[in-house]
Design a protein around this ligand. Structure first.
Ligand SMILES: [Zn+2]
Length: 518
């Protein structure tokens, strides 16, 4: 109930505040134009004994309206983006089905799923069976596939049910080479939207939607600041701060001047605008500072809460050889409990039942004794090439999206000066057409993680490595568990690893430089 009240208040505040803001800007325009420029500078009262100063009035008005125009344009663009392209992740078919059933008042769904209906949204991410180690993962390839659900499908319906088309969800997450996952290799699952969360997605309770690169719910702009609007938000704050500085200094100068003429000068318009512009200057400067700081480290208000301790799990594609096989796995390492694989793997597409299980779990949170579906299901012949991912983890506090302050801020503001100052083009980070990852990642960091686990990129290395086969074949044939005699892929794998390490050291130095907190 409290949450609902809070939500209703936020929504109400979000609608009313833009109106108040526009009113305040209108009031400042009245004071600067009428009270200061016309009534004092152009037509001063004869008893003030000052000369008319039309030139000063024109300069002040020019400056004022030159700053007001970009401020209003940014504000309009921000609100337009928040309304028409808020960065929502489409809900799943299951969510629409559930709503439809609720509307129809059916009880059959509850009965058939022998559990009670979930009543409140929660954001837990589901525990699930551990993925396979590499060899088991290879076996798993031959099993479950289906043309159902986001875990399994490669096309179409991701955004079919949404008003907002979204490049990030048009492509199934596992068709990219890297995606953010849970320790089990699956992307986080939203138990409210009943769908998988693309990278950097957060469920916003105010709008009850999953939002891509959500920053915060901002009542001042009437909605969610996310990947689509963060740039315009920063621009708005910077222009607002400049505007406040201009109004504050202008009004302060004339208050001082008029108090020199008449020590008892006390015009309410002057002092009200002085107070308001000082207040909003403090507010906008603070917000602009923290927003720019977040952009510089490529984080969001939500991610920033645990940025310094968060461990990111990344599913990193294990490239297959030309004949469609996985390269030989690296040698297992000696752990406390004997030999352990270097990393876990997961193979997509997953069995259709797996997603149904996740949805069922989300809808019936009280049931903890269910076991996940087995991986054996209808073998399909028209399915896409399976993709196997290694599940790697960063060290605590490492941000895989941090590509250095300059590139970080360019991901938000754009690549040219014109993009930085004009609120027209979308942020480059909102473009998710890349098949590598939904958001650009730190190449050096990813390379280092792969290198640490003995995983190298077959394709990239294959392109670079031509002509040096003899040299490579002399090296490290025994790195992987199958030894050097297990075919050319294994040999290449071992030798590539060492060359890659040298390069990784170079990239690591660069990426560490970029990652250091400034
Ligand atoms: Zn959600």
């Amino acid at each position: 109930m409290a949450a609902r009240n809070h939500k209703a208040t936020n929504t109400w505040v979000a609608r009313i505040i833009p109106v108040i803001l526009i009113g305040l800007v209108g009031y400042s325009a009245y004071v600067i134009t009428k009270v200061v420029a016309i009534d004092y500078l152009i037509n001063p009262s004869p008893d003030l004994l000052v000369q008319p100063r039309s030139g000063s009035a024109a300069a002040i008005l020019l400056f004022y309206y030159l700053l007001l125009i970009p401020l209003l344009v940014c504000y309009a663009r921000l609100i337009q983006t928040i309304i028409t392209n808020p960065g929502y992740v489409p809900r799943s078919e299951a969510w629409y089905l559930q709503r439809k059933e609720e509307a129809a008042g059916k009880e059959s769904f509850n009965r058939s799923h022998h559990g009670r209906r979930r009543s409140a949204p929660r954001s837990t991410e589901k525990p699930s069976p551990l993925p396979q180690s590499w060899p088991a993962g290879i076996q798993d390839l031959e099993s479950g596939r289906s043309n159902h659900s986001s875990l399994t499908s490669t096309n179409k319906h991701a955004s079919h049910y949404s008003h907002y088309r979204n490049q990030s969800t048009d492509l199934p997450f596992w068709q990219r080479d890297i995606f953010v996952c849970n320790p089990d290799g699956r992307p986080p699952f939203c138990s409210t939207c009943l769908t998988h969360k693309p990278d950097r997605t957060h469920h916003c309770s105010e709008v009850d939607r999953c939002v891509l690169k959500m920053d915060h719910f901002c009542p001042w702009v009437g909605g969610i600041v996310s990947e689509t609007s963060f740039k315009f938000f920063i621009q708005f704050l910077v222009y607002a701060a400049l505007f406040c500085i201009m109004v504050l200094t202008t009004i302060a100068v004339f208050i001082v001047e008029r108090r020199r003429i008449n020590t008892g000068f006390l015009d309410v318009h002057y002092y009200l605008i002085l107070g308001l512009s000082a207040l909003f200057l403090l507010f906008t400067l603070g917000m602009a500072g923290s927003s720019i700081q977040l952009a510089l480290v490529n984080s969001t208000t939500v991610e920033n809460l645990n940025r310094r301790s968060k461990v990111w799990f990344l599913a990193v594609l294990i490239p297959r050889t030309a004949d469609g096989r996985l390269p030989a796995p690296p040698a297992p390492r000696q752990g406390a409990t004997g030999t352990e694989p270097r990393f876990q793997t997961i193979t997509y597409p997953r069995p259709a039942e797996e997603e149904q299980f996740l949805i069922h779990q989300a809808q019936n949170p009280g049931q903890t004794n269910l076991s996940p579906p087995s991986s054996t299901t209808n073998p399909a012949t028209s399915q896409p090439q399976p993709r196997t991912f290694a599940i790697l983890s960063t060290t605590p506090g490492e941000n895989p999206f941090d590509i250095g302050p300059y590139d970080n801020i360019r991901q938000v503001m754009g690549y040219s000066v014109a993009e930085w100052i004009s609120p027209i083009k979308q942020s480059p980070c909102a473009d998710h057409r890349s098949r590598v990852s939904a958001f650009r990642m730190n190449d050096g960091l990813v390379r280092r993680l792969k290198e640490e686990r003995g995983l190298v990129d077959v394709h990239a290395e294959g392109k670079r490595g031509e002509g040096s086969t003899a040299r490579r074949s002399r090296r490290r044939g025994s790195v992987n568990g199958t030894g050097s005699g297990s075919g050319s892929a294994a040999e290449d794998y071992g030798s590539r690893r060492k060359r890659n390490r040298r390069k990784t050291r170079h990239h690591r130095r660069r990426s560490e430089g970029g990652n250091a907190p400034r």
